[in-house]
Write a protein that binds this ligand. Structure first.
Ligand SMILES: Nc1ncnc2c1ncn2[C@@H]1O[C@H](COP(=O)(O)OP(=O)(O)OP(=O)(O)O)[C@@H](O)[C@H]1O
Length: 605
């Protein structure tokens, strides 16, 4: 078997390279050595060095052919081969339909090569496939029935010449999906709306959400009757009359508000990038339903294409939605409520982070009001949104990209957690508490809490200062409202109490962040697990067990860690009412910080 596998690999390799069949000796592939024991370059074997599990030959500049039959018709290889990765070469394909015999394949990567022709139908028989990458080739024709592969999590097919309809993939299972820059046509399947527009752009005949062009409605079969013609002409005339009335009204309004235009607050860029209309400014407070509002509101009703609203941020002047769509976007992460992309727009100096929230049931009107209110409340440790986009299907928020990552990464990333000593952790906690206290106070009347406070939403700015990101993007359910309203004697007190419960969910989030800082442990299940574990360990009086080992090794005072732990435990109290307010928590933290600084001064003297 070993001999058979070796012969097959040599055959496969000879076809990859066009050097008259000779193989680059530095790669170690030769008939006198063993692919596993002698570690041929690009070959990964099982732990016992008996069978080939993966072939990684990305970026080797091969310009021959990948002949699937050389690997997939060889029993001893097929039984164990899980990965074939040949990205970034100049390969063409041969006998590609034989790939179906490589039954154990979980990954098949042939992106950025010269493959052409249609994709073999047999691809859909690769039941174990998780990742299929065929982008940047010249594949044409329609896609095989890939929807049959139920475990597929990544499908990248951008920049080919593929056509026909997009099959109804198991989109809920897909983590990455890209069919942009092809010739697909027809409606995007319903599940596909969960991917961003960039996954679909440049397929001229593709339509429906999340693309801005709507699909044409089907014409009824058979001819149109005389009555129908009359009816449609009637509708047309009524529509025309309405249109003229609206235009007339808009002109009147425009005249009446000329002087007020100078107090510009928001700028709006039309979605239609081809239009050369300059962006214009309006004062929302004074003229109420401005042109910008109409364009946004119409987006909801599906009449006019939606718009990007640029908030009062000088950094993104002139940003257009079209530019955002065209710019290269890199998925940074996918959370429970949406995804974040790093986007580099040519006309913007800095990279942007675009958060895409799906299925948020908030109305566009409420969303806009919220964003504008949030834009009025600024704190140096709270990252403001620079622009937003709202349509029925999705909401986009544009932030400045923070290259230093998040507190989550700092704590749980591979190298960095050691760098985070006790006083940095305490400083981070105190800064977050202070910023959160400011936001809670300013937005109390508006009842806007953060709603999703966690370490991945604490970003580190250029000076490594923590900044709260995504403030107000989740609406906290006010469950206790009715209960407290009936329990209270007067309504002002009831309103106060219910506002309290909204903000108390942030206190829980803050408590979990404190626990992460203290324990260095990652949270699951929104932090409930970590909170329960810590409370249990403390109750059993094994308190020291909870602390991060690196803090103990650094000789951090146990007493001070205990003080912070007490604050954390108060914040994660199961009963929201018993949690402290953020002002109280900030006060307790500052006391610990002052004690810490005082004891450091003493030890230095
Ligand atoms: N402005 C930004 N700059 C750099 N990275 C960011 C920015 N905003 C978010 N991120 C990072 O992008 C990743 C994904 O963020 P996202 O908010 O979608 O996920 P999450 O916070 O884990 O979950 P959720 O959907 O519940 O908010 C996170 O690692 C986050 O730290």
């Amino acid at each position: 078997d070993e001999e058979e596998a070796k012969r097959a690999l040599l055959n496969f390799f000879t076809k990859l390279s066009t050097n008259n069949g000779s193989i680059d000796p530095t790669l170690g592939w030769n008939s006198t050595s063993d692919p596993c024991r002698d570690q041929w370059k690009g070959i990964i074997c099982d732990n016992h060095n008996l069978s080939v599990k993966k072939i990684f030959l990305d970026g080797f500049n091969f310009s021959g052919t990948f002949d699937a039959s050389t690997l997939c018709n060889v029993q001893s290889l097929v039984a164990t081969l899980g990965v074939i990765s040949l990205n970034y070469n100049n390969l063409r394909g041969e006998n590609l339909e034989e790939i179906a015999n490589c039954k154990q394949l979980t990954r098949f990567h042939i992106s950025r090569n010269q493959f052409s022709g249609s994709l073999p139908n047999s691809l859909s028989r690769l039941n174990n496939l998780k990742r299929l990458e065929i982008s940047y080739n010249n594949f044409s024709g329609s896609l095989p029935e890939l929807a049959r592969i139920s475990g597929l999590t990544v499908f990248l097919a951008q920049n080919n010449d593929l056509s026909g309809a997009i099959p109804n993939f198991d989109f809920a299972n897909l983590e990455e999906f890209d069919v942009s820059f092809n010739n697909f046509s027809g409606p995007i399947p319903l599940g596909g709306v969960s991917f961003w527009v960039s996954s679909y752009i440049d397929n001229p005949e593709l339509c429906g959400d999340p693309l801005p062009n709507r699909c044409p409605t089907h014409k009824p079969k058979g001819g149109v009757s005389k009555n129908q013609i009359l009816m449609f002409s009637g509708y047309f005339l009524i529509g025309l009359a309405l249109f003229l009335v609206i235009i007339l009204k808009l002109f009147c309004k425009k005249d009446g508000t000329k002087e007020e235009k100078n107090d510009a607050v928001y700028k709006v860029a039309a979605l239609d990038d081809s239009s050369d209309n300059p962006s214009f400014t309006t004062n929302e407070d004074k003229i109420g339903m401005s042109k910008s509002e109409i364009s946004n509101a119409s987006a909801d009703s599906g009449l006019v294409s939606s718009s990007l609203v640029v908030l009062s941020s000088p950094e993104v002047n002139g940003l257009r939605f079209g530019n955002l769509l065209k710019a290269p976007a890199e998925l940074i992460g996918r959370g429970k409520h949406g995804s974040v992309y790093k986007v580099i727009c040519e006309d913007q100096g800095k990279p942007l982070a675009v958060k895409r929230i799906k299925d948020w049931t908030i109305s566009s009107y409420d969303f806009k009001q919220r964003m504008r209110r949030l834009d009025q409340v600024k704190h140096p440790n709270v990252l403001p949104a620079m622009a937003f986009y709202s349509s029925r299907q999705e909401k986009l928020l544009v932030y400045e990209y923070q290259q230093n990552g998040s507190l989550f990464r700092l704590l749980h990333g591979t190298q960095m957690s050691k760098a985070l000593d006790w006083s940095s952790r305490l400083g981070i906690a105190a800064t977050i508490a202070e910023a959160l206290a400011f936001m809670h106070q300013e937005l109390r009347q508006d009842r806007i809490a953060h709603g999703n406070l966690k370490s991945s939403n604490i970003l580190l700015n250029n000076s490594m200062e923590p900044c709260i990101s995504e403030y107000g993007l989740m609406v906290v359910e006010d469950q206790d409202r009715s209960v407290s309203a009936t329990a209270s004697v007067n309504s002002i007190q009831a309103a106060e109490e219910s506002a309290d419960t909204i903000f108390k969910s942030d206190i829980f989030g803050f408590g979990v962040i404190l626990l992460e800082l203290l324990t260095g442990k990652m949270v699951q299940n929104n932090g409930v697990d970590l909170a329960q574990w810590v409370v249990l360990v403390v109750r059993e009086e094994w308190t020291v067990e909870v602390f991060d080992k690196t803090l103990i090794q650094d000789g951090t005072s146990e007493e001070r860690m205990l003080n912070l732990l007490r604050v954390a435990i108060k914040c994660v109290n199961r009963s929201a009412e018993s949690r402290p307010s953020i002002n109280q928590a900030a006060l307790m933290l500052n006391t610990i910080k002052e004690e810490d600084e005082r004891s450091m001064d003493v030890s230095e003297q």
